[in-house]
Design a protein. Structure first.
Length: 173
């Protein structure tokens, strides 16, 4: 569980954590839960949707950086696979809509745009995360399956275009 809301409106201040802080939080939770459950070394397969996929990548990059004396390296060593569902690996053009809504909300409410800014296309931090994660992928021990939505968004006609033409396929992960 992580808070990706830009604002909580009347419910209090917005979360101010960055993408890397949220990724480190995920790593700490995984490590803590594995230690508490005494399952260190058991294989891990992450299933992540949207921003969660970026948090998994951040957590694994951080885990790999840990020295062999740290129990945090277990997450990196134990991860066997990742299934990404609609993860914006290169950012998202939809960020502009989020920034507009954030600007409107910030007139009256506490807001956080760190997450939105991190998801801007061609963002330096996302590029660095992609390079660091690619080092892990290049080791060849991870099985990765990345799925994206092929149906258009609903609501406004300008959002109904499909990312890909409709087709059937078999995914072997």
């Amino acid at each position: 569980g992580y808070d990706s809301h830009v604002s909580h409106y009347f419910k209090g201040p917005a979360n101010k954590l960055s993408l890397s802080q949220l990724g480190e939080g995920l790593l700490n939770r995984v490590v803590g839960e594995r230690r508490r459950s005494k399952v260190s070394g058991r294989p891990i397969v992450f299933v992540a949707h949207s921003l969660g996929g970026l948090l998994v990548k951040e957590a694994l990059v951080e885990s790999k950086k840990q020295g062999h004396g740290s129990n945090k390296i277990d997450a990196y060593k134990s991860t066997q696979g990742i299934i990404f569902f609609g993860t914006p690996h290169k950012g998202s053009n939809d960020v502009k809509w989020g920034m507009i809504l954030k600007a409107i909300a910030s007139a009256a409410f506490d807001t956080n745009d760190k997450i939105l800014r991190a998801l801007e296309p061609d963002n330096e931090l996302l590029d660095k995360l992609a390079r660091d994660f690619q080092d892990i992928v290049d080791e060849g021990k991870l099985k990765i399956c990345s799925l994206l939505e092929s149906a258009g968004k609903t609501g406004l006609p300008i959002f109904n275009g499909k990312v890909l033409a409709h087709f059937s396929f078999h995914v072997s992960c």
